[in-house]
Design a protein around this ligand. Structure first.
Ligand code: NAD
Length: 407
């Protein structure tokens, strides 16, 4: 295939990042956007045009977009609650052979439960479609370069890394549906520990034996530190119309996982929160090994700006995602789509689909991450360390997702 034609499903916050990432992709074009609400699709289409990507055609009927012969791959970028239904439609269309699909890339989390993620994997495997799991952090240049440095030099000389810590923190999500765990599937554990669990696993994995690590035990802890308490609770009601007294979700989670690597035990620590007040989104990671370590902090940028009290600007996310202030000394992430990994992720997925090979990060990884998160919820509910077992989370729905969890 010379050029890959891509259709976006969903056109919200993450789709804009994907479009920015797309400006670095060769031999692939975003040719269509589907959104049940036409206005959303048209807005993103105009945004793509402004980025110099051409003007993707808009669809409000998913079947019609999937039947469009110009489309070889789709990016599933819609909310968690629409994910499984969307994948059922995509795989049904692929089985009927109406369009020209070769690949499907899907945002995190792959499923809201292990059952959903398993069904998605079963469906996609029946079609023979290539599948990519859009975990951007494992494509972030700092994470990729950091892993390369420790494994190429440190680990080869002194032994493998034994501990990876990954944290993602900000002040809370931007749309009401994220705050309703009965729709989204959970709180910050589901929303963000998926990133930190996978980034830590990636850093701990020998690039030469990519499937070497076996999960052994999981310990989860979830809390509500801010958003069920006043005045935050009233703020949530006012801003998003959400009553956290009815169905609260965790705004802090800690997930410790031990992996076995040929008899050697290694540890991953993921800490995530929606209750961090700082300049904006903070991604931090550390890897410790014998005689070496690495550290990443996305808010320690080479670029910062200072605005005195005499400069007033309106609320903005121009400098960094989830920016929390517009005055004083502020870090600027100069190219967020590159720094967070979206650009390299788009390039990798598009290239793999065009060449007919499975992306390095795919739904098998997404399924494992979903199982690990479900085990972390279960561990938190039972207040004990659990052994890794896919069977243990068959049929499991976290109390948070049922709306019955109380902090
Ligand atoms: N990788 C990351 O860092 C990252 C960051 C943010 C969001 N996400 C994930 O991306 C997904 C979307 O999040 P978002 O922040 O863009 O949400 P959003 O609410 O900003 O956007 C969702 C978009 O999907 C559209 N939509 C709603 N129902 C739909 C349906 N049935 N079919 C197609 N489109 C539909 C909405 O109109 C909107 O355009 C979520 O699963 C989220 O977890 C990932």
């Amino acid at each position: 295939m010379n050029k890959l034609g891509v259709g976006f499903i969903g056109s919200g916050f993450i789709a804009r990042f994907a479009a920015q990432g797309w400006t670095t992709v060769r031999d692939a074009d975003v040719v269509a956007i589907y959104n049940p609400h036409r206005e959303g699709a048209e807005k993103l289409s105009a945004y793509c045009e402004g980025l110099g990507l051409g003007k993707p055609k808009t669809y409000t009927d998913l079947h019609a977009m999937l039947a469009d012969k110009a489309i070889n791959a789709v990016w599933v970028l819609n909310p968690n609650f629409a994910r499984l239904e969307t994948v059922r439609t995509i795989t049904e269309e692929a089985r009927q052979g109406r369009g020209n699909l070769v690949g499907v890339a899907c945002e995190k989390p792959l499923g809201r439960t292990a059952d959903e993620a398993e069904e998605m994997v079963e469906l996609v495997e029946k079609t023979g479609l290539l599948h990519g799991y859009l975990e951007n952090q494992v494509y972030s240049p700092s994470v990729v370069r950091g892993r390369d440095a420790i494994w190429r030099y440190g680990a080869r000389k002194a032994g493998r890394p034994y501990l990876a810590r990954a944290a993602e923190e900000h002040g809370g999500p931007h749309m009401p549906w994220f705050w309703d765990p009965r729709r989204s599937g959970g709180g910050v554990l589901l929303d963000m520990a998926c990133h930190s669990i996978e980034a830590a696993r990636f850093l701990l994995t020998d690039p030469e034996t990519p499937r070497g690590l076996k999960p052994a035990t999981i310990q989860g802890d979830i809390r509500s530190l801010k958003w069920t308490r006043e005045p935050a609770r009233s703020q949530l009601r006012k801003q998003y119309g959400v009553d956290y007294a009815e169905a609260p979700a965790e705004d802090y989670a800690s997930v410790n996982i031990t992996y076995d690597d040929n008899g050697e035990s290694v540890l991953s620590e993921a800490k995530v929160s929606w209750c961090y007040t700082g300049p904006g989104l903070r991604l931090s990671m550390e890897v410790l090994g014998p005689e070496y370590s690495i550290a990443i902090n996305s808010l320690q940028q080479e670029l910062s700006v200072f605005f005195s009290r005499n400069i007033k600007m309106g609320q903005s996310e121009d400098f960094v995602e989830k920016q929390a202030a517009e005055q004083g000394l502020m870090p600027i992430v100069a190219d967020e789509a590159a720094a967070y990994g979206y650009a390299a992720e788009c390039r990798h997925m598009a290239d793999a689909f065009r060449r007919g090979i499975m992306p390095s990060e795919n739904w098998i990884d997404g399924l494992l991450v979903t199982r690990l998160m479900m085990l972390a919820y279960k561990s938190a509910e039972e207040e004990k360390v659990l052994k890794f077992s896919p069977e243990a989370v068959h049929g499991f729905i976290p109390k948070v997702a049922k709306g019955t969890w109380r902090p």
